[in-house]
Design a binder for this molecule. Sequence first.
Ligand SMILES: Cc1cc2nc3c(=O)[nH]c(=O)nc-3n(C[C@H](O)[C@H](O)[C@H](O)COP(=O)(O)OP(=O)(O)OC[C@H]3O[C@@H](n4cnc5c(N)ncnc54)[C@H](O)[C@@H]3O)c2cc1C
Length: 397
Amino acid sequence: MAYDFLIVGGGIGGAVLANLLARQGKAVVVVERNPGPSNRIRPEILWPATVERLRSLLPLEVEARWGLGLKSLNVRSARRILAHLPAERLGITPCSTNPNQTRELLLQQDGFELRRGMELVRLLREDARYRGAAVRDVTTGREEEIAATWTIGDDGGNSVVRRECQIELKALQFPVEIMTFAFTWPATLPPATAHVWLHANPRQTGLGVMGMIALPEERGMALIVGSPRAFTDGVALGDAVGAAISWHEAWSEVLSQVRLPDQGHHVRIFWGHAARYGVPGALILGDAVHPVSPAGGQGANLSVADAWAIAELVAQGRDGTDLIAAYERQRRPAAARSLRFTRSTAQLFRLPAWLLRWLARLGLPLAGRWPGLVRPFIGKATTAFLSDAQDMAPVRL
Ligand SMILES: Cc1cc2nc3c(=O)[nH]c(=O)nc-3n(C[C@H](O)[C@H](O)[C@H](O)COP(=O)(O)OP(=O)(O)OC[C@H]3O[C@@H](n4cnc5c(N)ncnc54)[C@H](O)[C@@H]3O)c2cc1C
């Protein structure tokens, strides 16, 4: 059977796109490398426009499983609260998701085929355009060919689809690295909140901040952020993280649930913007086309917006090189705006540590007293990833 769309990767963008195209009656297959639900550990903040889009795809009764409105963000030093930012004073309720659960719920919807445990090996070429792909069963190693009019790569920052299409992406390394782990939300912290601590000894430990974000279903996600040297020695890292027990009782509860560094998920972050968004017969979306850092909470929101743009263009009857050009015209400016959060945060992290600390200790209490100071930043973060309104023809999906 030849499909209309072969989607490589069941990330949030691929899963959203599969749902939207299936609603248009297209024959869609998703191939996902993971044999079961993903177990990648990371937090994800979704902004209101994305939440609205996901609500239109997922039944209301499962919402409490994937989304939790955060009531406040608290920034602290080891001894005191530097800024308490309640959602109502920020003018927005950020939605904290369990990314694996969100993807899983989207992939469980009807209307398209999902083939788990299959990975892309190479694209199939015919008459100067791609027409599907060879995929491999990750358990048996058996290869097969899947014919499709369009192949869409949502296969992450190391995209094989991008490589196969020979689309260039100059990736830059983000100056800090992150360790994450999941835990049961401690009773000593208010539910549905997020907390960030500036580390007390950044010069000795290399750690900048540590945080906890509440997730749906009484779960939480911890973030440990530091320079690359902070993650080179597991024992020193364990000691540096353990110091947090003296800052707040919640840390002893949380750290007792994990063995670090072995059970932490350590990520090095690369970012960039691909030279093209597609070639005849193939498009790329999400991290495959514009990997970003967590700064400004853009990556997953961008990926959903990319998927939305492709589905709207397909609904308008765009095809061939016209689809590729219209997709890139619509999405490149939005991704460039989103990448500014990563670029400016990377520049900020290159400042001397003492200056960064001084700026944080001066700026955060001001932001706590006058949340209006943070609103322009929030305003940009919540909309940067959206396509320009004038480009978006209103199409009912
Ligand atoms: C610590 C951290 C915090 C973050 N916080 C936020 C945040 O607050 N807000 C936000 O919006 N974003 C955030 N992000 C970024 C966000 O998680 C990513 O940008 C987003 O997941 C990208 O989604 P995607 O659809 O492009 O692909 P992904 O979710 O990366 O999915 C790619 C999928 O492709 C599959 N795959 C890969 N290769 C193949 C292959 N060859 N064949 C078949 N399948 C394959 C993988 O198994 C995976 O399921 C954060 C990231 C990190 C690391």
